[in-house]
Design a protein around this ligand. Sequence first.
Ligand SMILES: NC(=O)c1ccc[n+]([C@@H]2O[C@H](COP(=O)([O-])OP(=O)(O)OC[C@H]3O[C@@H](n4cnc5c(N)ncnc54)[C@H](OP(=O)(O)O)[C@@H]3O)[C@@H](O)[C@H]2O)c1
Length: 325
Amino acid sequence: MKAVVVENYDSIDGISIKEMPMPDIPPGGVRVRIGAAAIGFVDGLKVQGLYQTKDPLPFVPGTEFAGVVEAAAGDVATFKPGMPVVGMVRSGALAEYISVPPAALKHLPPNIAFEAGASFQANYLTGLYALDARAELRKGETLLVLGAAGGVGIAAVQLGKLMGAKVIAAASTHEKREFAKGYGADETIDYTKADWRDTLKGLTGGNGPDVIFDPVGGEVALQAFRSIAWRGRHLVVGFASGTIPALAFNLPLLKGGALLGVDLAQIQKREPETHTRLMAQLFDWLASGRLSPVVGKVVPFENFREAFKTMQSRSALGKMIVKFS
Ligand SMILES: NC(=O)c1ccc[n+]([C@@H]2O[C@H](COP(=O)([O-])OP(=O)(O)OC[C@H]3O[C@@H](n4cnc5c(N)ncnc54)[C@H](OP(=O)(O)O)[C@@H]3O)[C@@H](O)[C@H]2O)c1
């Protein structure tokens, strides 16, 4: 089988597709033929050796995929050959086949394309955990989403609308703002403008947003917190800007506000009941058609580098997808 293999951290152009042995199916294991894999910001950091944890070289990148069960060990009851599935792994999804324990898989509801399935779990679970379990976003509240056209940002826009919030999408270009509007944002803001907080004030009747979903960090995050409503909740999701902001502690005091951390990697382990509840909710919305995961640019497997380069250039709309023929 073919797989993308990272052998060094020199450059994206140095990463190539190699012939690899077909992964074995250990007892209790399932082998999936991958139809589509998603590339997010974290995957971009990982292939450059810039993420907080490093996979030992060489490694096959890719953490999220959708495909079809190709074979399963005899002791696996829940997954049988031919079943469509989605999966999340630490690495290995940018390959034609992957072998995983059943716990890494979920059934993909009928009629959902692999591209949509692959882009679903990580961003939408992060978004729902943030808005529901952490911020307890209520119907009628105002939600400001920073980086709203990015992978996790656009998920928060859609989820905010599903939860009945008024959603304000902040993004750096007209194209990105229109993209967010297309997925339900009620209002948009160009947060590269010096007076964007005045615009925000106007859009929130002078109160500021009740909840801020923040995968960007940096100066924008500090400015956003200064505009938050009384008892507002600022969700710390990521630092795509490259800067971790340092907030003066007098600001939460003055705003009656809260900073709430969000870490996808810890939800299942630390809050298993919440994880089960949120996943059930997400797959219910997916199966019923109430939630359609945003599929960003789709590139063929052979052109996988384009997905990483688009991420790097800050031009991605939604989550990038690598499609297998
Ligand atoms: N906490 C968690 O569990 C969790 C889960 C998923 C993702 N994340 C984090 O969330 C962040 C976003 O991830 P993503 O996959 O949504 O990324 P993405 O698709 O690349 O979106 C990031 C957005 O951030 C904005 N941005 C601002 N400054 C940027 C810069 N210097 N470079 C790149 N983007 C910049 C961009 O929007 P504008 O151009 O409009 O500013 C971009 O659309 C990352 O830090 C990621 O690690 C965290």
